[in-house]
Design a protein around this ligand. Sequence first.
Ligand SMILES: [Ca+2]
Ligand SMILES: [Ca+2]
Length: 624
Amino acid sequence: MRKRNFLLYLFLGVFFSVKAQNGPEIYPTHWWVGMKWNKLQLMLRQKGMADQASVSLSYPGVHLIKTERTENPNYLFVDIEISPETRAGTMQILIHHGNLVSSIPFVLKNKRPGNGTEYARGVTSADLVYLLMPDRFSNGDPSNDRFIDMNDTNCDRQNPYFRHGGDLQGITDHLGYFNELGVTTLWLTPVIENDQALTNEGKAFRSAYHGYAFTNQYRIDRRLGGNEVYGEFVKAAHAKGLKVIQDAVYNHVGDQHFLYLDQPSADFFNQWPSYTNTSFRDQPLVDPYSSDSDRLVTVNGWFARFMPDLNQRNPMVANYLIEYAIWAVEEFGIDGWRVDTYFYSDRNFLNRINQALYDEFPHITVFGENSMQSVTGQAYYCQNNIQTSWKSNLQGVIDFQWEGGALAGLNEPFGWSGGMLRLYNILVQDLLYKDPRRNQILLDNHDQDRFYSVVGEDFNKFKAGIVLLLTQRGIPQLYYGTEILMKNFKKPSDAEVRKDFPGGWKEDSVNKFLSSGKTVQENEAFEWIKTLALFRQKSSAISTGNTMQYVPKNGVYTYFRYDSKQTVMVAINSDSLPRNLAVSRFSERTGGFTRFRNVMTGDILPIGDLKLNEQEAIVLELLK
Ligand SMILES: [Ca+2]
Ligand SMILES: [Ca+2]
């Protein structure tokens, strides 16, 4: 060996060994062979790495398309194409700096089996979704409650705004509980790393326990258990017959995200001459008379000062978000995809990312948080029957309009257009949706007053609301603790509706996961939900059938769910007086049947006029 070469190899050896410990970050962290999304944009990040660097690679089936730089030398964007016949293995991305070469390993894996059958199965109106906040549900691993190398080292259950230590292990520990309740699907508020410092919001410092301020998409927050534990949680949930929905955010990240602290380019985020908040107004996005400036403030205004607004019109931003979405579903085996702050993102990007998920995972369900002021707005932002030039391809929305109608029906006085007429009118507008059964319906969530408080802790109204939730069209979503009558309004803040589940922490004095820890009424609430949920699981009429509703009369709202195999009648007396209900009006649906079976009690009685107590809801299966 000649001396010059020896020195070169010696030098390279040092370079490689240093690199092995301090290689650039690379996103996505790995990929799979045989994916539909086979033109991948790799984001490489290391201080100064893009300066006078060139890239090469040599791996059978993988082709380097191009390398792109931005004004920030810390980033290199490497576009590759993975041909269909490519085999799994580790390819080396070679970065050349003059005579120096560093090598970055990038793993191409085989896809997991069971796309659409074992994972990415989709969530349908046959399911019952249980929404929970991991930090507030159960602490299964006290060793991960805090990490001294993270920006927020607090964990204090006495402080409503701080982290409380709940985690993925705590949820895994209670999978049997969900089976018992009749839940089929878990939706966790975001599990992605939120390495945010406390933020001063109004009078109090708050932690990012809610999870909506991502700091690195490719990391599950260590305080919840990290990537490996998340994968194990999904696997364990699947083994118990439960599906998993992941909560995604495209609109913003946390201000401690590396993409914001070290921006690849000035247009990665929506910038304003001075800080501009979104108006939170959805109307300009739907209004045929709206101004460009109003639309711009809604979409490009920031959700909060510490949540920088991503510019999805930048192709690199779009690639980063799309590739992460596909990566997460394939990596963890996710079944459904919930998109936070949906209409605040660029709408053409939203269609692109939805389509990429549909192409890769044909059965996956994608639904958006569209907190909009009209049914028209909600329908406009999902697949619809409206004649407009721009069409959304989103499958369904979180149906806040339905929720408003249901709560009005339970709480408002009955009248020509009030009370149950409100809910009836919401369903009348279903003609706007391509398939309203794909909307997710709810009575409350982590951003709202708790349902039991909203109905004034009236147990009859509570039961009637559960009947609406579990028998109307759509994918029902239950918020954790509803089954044990957890209550509260968002006063002084939303922390009041995000209390710890009693019994989720070892030191808790009561355990409401057990019937022995619940009061008589809490047990009754649990059983009410469970009975209906288990009935629903086997009811084709409710999960996939049609709806026929009758104009509410004398305070009573009556509707049927039916198909060729089954007919279910639901009647709700929203009045504060008992009401008689003559069934002859419903002969279109009752014809051919002779008996009612009361789904909640099991009682069987001949078809005939009904008497409903005040605020009573009945669910009857019709028998021949
Ligand atoms: Ca913990
Ligand atoms: Ca935005």
